[in-house]
Design a protein around this ligand. Structure first.
Ligand code: THU
Length: 140
């Protein structure tokens, strides 16, 4: 059973560390690994713009750097500066992050929670958000 509320709390916690001097759009992600551990990530912007890393990828890369590669679910929150926690809109993962998810996660079972607040969130599988995914299978 996935503790969605715990995942959401962790995403909001991660959002506090977002480094966003250019967009002022703060994203937090909480990635649940199959081993039960939660990896947090925030977006990290850069003056040259393109080196910016999204919150979701920060969470994935943090886990992978620790040797963890099996994942169950991710919760994502995002809003501009000044919006009170939990009062933002849904923040869907960008296409680059969906592609990174597809590298490591099962399209049919990996869950993506797109969160407004603890009570209001959308739930999708990765396959629903990335139909006809191009993956390592295509290269076999
Ligand atoms: N961003 C994320 O961190 N995740 C997403 O899925 C959407 C976009 C970040 C990137 C950039 O720092 C800011 O939000 C505005 O695009």
């Amino acid at each position: 059973m996935i503790d969605v509320k715990l995942l959401i709390d962790n995403a909001f916690e991660a959002q506090k560390n977002a480094y966003t001097p250019y967009s002022h759009f703060n994203v937090g992600a909480a990635l649940l690994a199959a081993n039960g551990k939660i990896y947090k990530g925030c977006n990290i912007e850069n003056a040259a713009y393109t080196p910016t890393n999204c919150a979701e990828r920060t969470a994935f890369f943090t886990a992978i750097a620790e040797g963890v590669k099996d994942f169950t679910a991710i919760a994502i929150v995002g809003n501009k500066d000044g919006i009170k926690m939990g009062e933002g809109d849904y923040c869907a993962p960008c296409a680059v992050c969906r592609q990174v998810m597809a590298e490591f996660c099962d399209l049919d079972t990996f869950k993506i929670y797109i969160v407004k607040n603890r009570e209001d969130y959308l739930e999708y599988t990765l396959g629903e958000l990335l139909p006809l995914a191009f993956t390592g299978k295509n290269l076999e």
